[in-house]
Design a protein around this ligand. Structure first.
Ligand SMILES: *Cc1c(COP(=O)(O)O)cnc(C)c1O
Length: 381
């Protein structure tokens, strides 16, 4: 099956009981047993649910992994993954991370003896040096990153991590499996906030993990049940529904994002545009090699700092000011005061999340309307 066909058919046969072309929402917390421990594969809704099982095997098939697991949020997926690592473990992570990921590493897991060293993951040399500094259990990357859209070379990271026996986990939320499949480049685990593109309609909170190998998959399956951060059957149904249109949506998001990025680039009120699909992006060559498309996220640093950003936000009509991203409707975020407010100013600014930075999640409206909206907002600065 080619990729778009997989999104609709991989591991999603019609319901064997009724022939329903979509898996029903099985609202049952428990499942009858004919004798103790004799059952049809489902025992209790935390350990497994038929609707969730279809979503889980679909995401595994789509990303090319052995095991897929669904969670109640992206951070629920990350927290469960972190349970795999005992106290005393060391993680090397890219320094430009989703704010909630950083909060979980820094303000929570650190207390339980997990050491995290942050590196500029754009540089393979810096990654290699961080790995040399001590035994490392995991390298954790976002690529493209949130909100600056910098890239890490997944295949090169895997080569460096292998020497140390470290796992490589990639948060693939921004690219989605349509534009990037980290397991094909050797990554061990892929993480999604399915709240974003996989769900795609800003109506659920969810997460997923895909493990390349069955052995790690079994361990994570055990942890999923032991920790219990599982999604409801209805939320699983909505993510499955989102998966069916993921291919067409991602291409529409990317078309809109490129148009918006081009409209912003070169305007005198704009200091810098971050979009991997622009030839001016410092890692455009890597993006072309590693990705099949560049996604729907564009960040722009406006001249005039926080004041310029506030005026720009006020001028937008189609882009709704809200946290989150990846829905069919366009959203805009001011990272410094919203999604990344938990990162201290000094650290934020050191790697480019300034008060003048605005993050646009380009939806699938007519790209010309989005361009008009952005142009109007620029005129207000
Ligand atoms: C939103 C997001 C998360 C967290 O996911 P939730 O579903 O909000 O818990 C993690 N990583 C990235 C890149 C995100 O955008």
């Amino acid at each position: 099956m080619r990729f778009d066909t997989k999104l609709i058919h991989a591991a999603q046969p019609p319901d064997p009981l009724t022939g329903a072309v979509n898996v029903p929402v099985y609202l049952s917390s428990t499942f009858a047993q004919s004798a103790p421990n004799r059952h049809k594969g489902f025992v209790y809704g935390r350990s497994g649910n038929p609707t969730r099982a279809v979503l889980e095997s679909a995401v595994a098939a789509i990303d090319g992994g052995a095991t897929g697991l669904a969670f109640s949020s992206g951070l629920g997926a990350l927290a469960t993954l972190l349970e795999h690592f005992p106290s005393g473990s060391r993680i090397v992570a890219g320094e430009d991370l989703y704010g909630g990921t950083w909060r979980l590493f820094e303000h929570h897991r650190r207390q339980f003896g997990i050491e995290v060293e942050y590196v500029d993951a754009r540089s393979n040399e810096r990654l290699a040096a961080a790995l040399e500094r001590g035994p490392t259990q995991m390298v954790y990357l976002e690529t493209p990153t949130n909100p600056l859209l910098t890239l890490a070379d997944i295949a090169a990271t895997v080569r460096l991590a292998r020497r140390q026996g470290a796992l490589v986990a990639v948060d693939n939320t921004f690219a989605s499996p349509v534009f990037q499949r980290p397991i094909e480049r050797g990554a061990d685990v892929v993480l999604y906030s399915t709240t974003k593109y996989l769900g795609g309609h800003s109506d659920i909170i969810g997460g997923a993990l895909v493990a390349r190998e069955a052995k790690l998959g079994e361990r994570l399956t055990w942890l999923q049940n032991a920790v219990g951060a599982v999604p409801s059957p209805f939320d699983c149904f909505l993510v499955l529904r989102g998966l069916h249109t993921l291919g067409v949506r991602m291409r529409a998001h990317a078309t809109a994002a490129l148009a918006v990025a081009r409209a912003l680039e070169g305007d005198r009120r704009v200091h810098r545009v971050h979009y991997p699909g622009l030839a001016s992006h410092p890692q455009h060559a890597l993006a072309r090699r590693q990705m099949d498309g560049y996604g729907g996220m564009v960040s722009v640093e406006l001249n005039g700092g926080g004041r310029g950003a506030r005026r720009f936000l006020r001028g937008l009509r189609l882009f709704t000011l809200a946290e989150s991203l990846g829905g069919v409707e366009s959203l805009v975020d001011h990272p410094a005061s919203m999604t990344h407010a938990s990162v201290p100013r000094r650290e934020r600014e050191a790697h480019g999340v300034t008060d003048g930075l605005v993050r646009l999640s380009c939806g699938i409206e007519d790209p010309d309307d989005l361009v008009d909206d952005v142009r109007r907002a620029l005129r207000g600065i």
